[in-house]
Design a protein around this ligand. Sequence first.
Ligand code: NAD
Length: 495
Amino acid sequence: MTTTFKNFIGGQWIAPATGEHFENRNPADRNDLIGLFPASGVADVHAAVASARRGFERWKRTPAPARGDVLRRVGDLLAARKEALADAMTREMGKPLAETRGDVQEGIDTAYYAATEGRRLFGHTVPSELANKWAMSMRRPIGVCGLITPFNFPLAIPTWKAFPALLCGNAVVLKPAEDVPHTATLLVEILLEAGLPPEVIQLVHGHGEVVGKALVEHPDVPVLSFTGSTETGRFVGETCGRMHKRLSLEMGGKNAQIVLDDANLDLALDGVLWGAFGTTGQRCTATSRLILQAGIHDAFVARLADRARALRLGDGRAAGTDVGPLVHEAARDKVERYVAIGHEQGATLVCGGQRAIGDVLDHGWFFQPTIFSGVTAGSRLEQEEIFGPVLSVIKVATVDEAFAVNNGVRYGLSSSVYTQDVNVAFRALQELDNGITYINAPTIGAEAHLPFGGVKETGNGHREGGWEVFEFYSETKVGYVDYSGSLQRAQIDNY
Ligand code: NAD
């Protein structure tokens, strides 16, 4: 029997006002229907925001250490249910269990980090310029936070946003990606079980152009955090700018791994395989460009192709699977379009380039790990985000050229350099235009307690994770206490 799932609005699980639902199917097997999820409408978003405003009035008065205690229990529950969550996540978005377990672990780490922040939320105490006057700053909650999340980290990304937002005393309306509504449902169940007051969290499923848009446009949602494509982010940014909202954007990437002639090539090979084909290339930090110095180029490409051909494609829940399917048909179509563009622009197909076929594979959205060499800097293959298992190899002569190619795209999320030269490594940290640079490690692998985000068209200057995110979800308030007993005037020349 098909399960019909609900929204969580106004402190209860309820059907959408529209009465409409959409199907959620397993991308590794389109015959596997996970359930029907609400195709909510604008009225559902309005009800959720009204409820969240009530939740906020209560939650903002809860002491921050007590809010942290709730998040610690959330971390405990995530840990206890890690296996079930990973299984549900793989079933609805396809990446192998080893990766979805990592996705849950990131949520656990984020919960425990946020829990301890409840006992910090530091302000500053600084000297006043006047005698007998006290000057300090503190953090205040803001209100209702609208969180719009993508499909590729179905648990981790909602936790990156929701946990710091809640810890700071805000209420949350979560709008998860249409491809991964089940994981979001399981997360909200855990938040409630951990003791979060019901109206502090709302979950509204549905299509981005309806539910996401209504959330962005709602005047009572002063804070928006969006992770997704640069195109959608631009729309969100325009609306938020017009409405004077606080907005965090995390968007696309076109990340490069640079391998220099002096690199440990075995290490670099392991790195690029994981970076390019992990999560079927559907990570914002995925390695989609490989910049090789001429001296090692030919041998490295040959070894890489052998390793890529040997990757085992399959259902992410089956033992031995290295690479799962793409998330849906449109994602695979997009990959096919870029393979055609690669051929048109004269790049050389080294391996892959086709749909993966076979008994199991015919049921899902599988595509062979694909490598193009001879890709020209500036070409579409080299410039545009594909979000699939397609790696473009660019040959360069020098370190300077490698850095220029890395920086020559509109995105700036992560980069990676394989070298034994400490001077080049430190130059890379300074000169590569990315929010994150890895030395002798792949472009993916962010840790929950460090700031995460990108420059240029990847972001808008904010960071998720680490200590910085708590500033995004709280407002600075400054307090002065004058205990002199007389009128003292600041900025007046008293000397
Ligand atoms: P997407 O932009 O299609 O969707 C993201 C979310 O936005 C979904 O919940 C969707 O329903 C919603 N949405 C769609 N239209 C909307 C609208 N008009 N108004 C408001 N919300 C709307 O992205 P996706 O396909 O789910 O994810 C892939 C993209 O996300 C890639 O570009 C990837 O690089 C990016 N991403 C970035 C990061 C990062 O931290 N920089 C992390 C993960 C993914």
